[in-house]
Write a protein that binds this ligand. Structure first.
Ligand code: IMO
Ligand code: MG
Length: 438
């Protein structure tokens, strides 16, 4: 079996959790490789909805080993709560492993996140306020605290107190904020350290073994391609590597172990936070999509910005992730519209057409999307279970997406439920089921 990476092909919130949950049952292991509790992954099983921020969505399969690997930044209080929440629902976490190299989000990271956003004023990023950026800053600045050290009784207290002493200088002198009480923070976090200690291991070795094994590994991406720190719409991005390459960096697996990459996209586009969004619909269409698609953040509850599908962005996602196939979702949300649109290019003021994603997109408020208009479908499709039963115009829409991005569709989704997925078995088999280098 193959090792597969699942990535968001847009600006996050593509419903990656659902496809991870679906594919996880065949795999030995599911690995969350980047980001932190800025992510919000929902999985609906029957009439029960599960929400995860840090724990891989694969945890619903009791046989699957779930790993939070090196590339993730972990807020220990949030993780403890998430584990407790699963136990309260009768789910086991005996198969959960957390990397000793993952970095810890501490209270000063959350403070810095909020204070820095305030300083930015109108040009704020619109972060989730979870301390993600500052935690990655400290990691890159080599002053971060890793989980392995966090759970060591002989090291944690001294390290934490030294870190807080220097962060207090920053908080007081730069931001004019109150200092943190190191004893208080230690008392709280020591409890989390004790709780998490049994889960903390060297995960890179475990992942390597599983990636060489019979069943293979599923790498669960968080956020989306356009939020990547290097390849996204900088500076309105997150601080990690959501793209497929991030699965290697964030786990210690070499690129030759990745056999397939599945991009996940909605049949329209959403974005949370600030930054350019060429196909945004600040009108009744945007409203229609938001309400029908329940487009409110899982993590912060913010209404998501909504607009038409952007094929320029999807083609870019194909390029930078090396997508093997696409999981196209939320087709049901577009039901009831007379026409649906797909952006196929951007137009400059002088009429020049741009068909490839420009790297200066974040500053290109001048670009106008060029749309292809397709006939819509009036029928509700959430009960449709086969491709043949979809309305002709919904099929036409999906086919057109496939043509525009030149990558086959592996699954079409018509709702959040496990059963609301139309799977193209032959695509999955051809593109995502064989080891290529093993
Ligand atoms: P999932 O995994 C949507 C966005 C934030 C903000 C920017 C930076 O659910 O797809 P950060 O707190 O990361 O420093 O914020 O990134 N963002 C997301 N948007 N879904 C996510 O995750 C996101 N994670 C971060 O809204 O614009
Ligand atoms: Mg989200």
């Amino acid at each position: 079996m193959a090792n597969i990476v699942i990535v968001g092909a847009q600006w996050g919130d593509e419903a990656k959790g659902k496809i991870v949950d679906y594919l996880a049952s065949d795999k030995e292991m599911v690995v969350r490789y980047g980001g932190g509790n800025n992510a919000g992954h929902s999985v609906t099983v029957g009439n029960k909805e599960y929400k995860f921020h840090l724990i891989p969505s694969g945890i619903l399969n009791s046989e699957t080993v779930c790993v939070i690997s090196d590339g993730v930044v972990i807020d220990p209080g949030v993780l403890v709560k998430e584990i407790e929440g699963l136990h309260a629902q009768g789910l086991s976490t005996h198969n959960l492993k957390i990397s000793s190299s993952a970095h810890v989000i501490l209270p000063y990271h959350r403070l810095q996140d909020a204070l820095e956003e305030k300083r930015r004023g109108d040009s704020k990023i619109g972060t989730t306020g979870r301390g993600i950026g500052p935690a990655y800053m400290d990691k890159a600045g080599r002053i971060g605290l890793r989980l392995g050290e966090f759970v060591r009784k002989d090291r944690f207290e001294a390290r934490l107190k030294a870190l807080i002493a220097s962060k207090n200088e920053l908080l007081q002198n730069l931001y004019g904020a109150d200092p943190l009480d190191a004893d208080e923070v230690f008392a709280e976090y020591q409890v989390y350290a004790d709780y998490l200690r049994p889960y903390v291991v060297d995960t890179s070795r475990l992942i390597y073994e599983a990636a060489r094994g019979e069943k293979g590994v599923l790498f669960e991406g968080a956020q989306g391609t356009l939020l990547d720190i290097d390849l996204g719409t900088y500076p309105f991005v997150t601080s990690s590597h959501p793209i497929a390459g991030g699965a290697c960096i964030g786990t210690g697996i070499g690129p030759t172990f990745v056999d397939g990459v599945i991009g996940v996209a909605k049949s329209y586009t959403t974005r949370v936070g600030s930054g350019v969004f060429p196909t945004e619909q600040l009108n009744e269409i945007g409203h229609y999509i938001r309400e029908r698609g329940h487009e409110y953040g899982t993590t912060t509850g913010r209404p998501r910005r909504c607009g038409w599908l952007d094929a320029v962005i999807l083609r870019y996602a194909v390029q930078v992730n090396g997508l093997s196939c696409l999981s196209l979702g939320h087709l049901d949300v577009l039901s009831g519209l007379d026409t649906v649109k797909i952006c196929v290019a951007y137009k400059e003021k002088d009429g020049t057409l741009i068909t490839q994603m420009p790297t200066d997109l974040p500053y290109r408020e001048d670009l106008e999307p060029v749309y292809e208009t397709l006939p819509g479908w009036k029928e509700e499709v959430s009960d449709v279970r086969t491709y043949e039963d979809l309305p002709e115009n919904a099929k036409r829409f999906a086919k057109r997406v496939e043509e525009l991005i030149e990558v086959p569709i592996a699954t079409l989704s018509v709702g959040p439920g496990r059963e609301q997925t139309i799977i193209f078995e032959e695509v999955v088999r051809a593109r995502c089921s064989k080891r290529r280098n093993g």
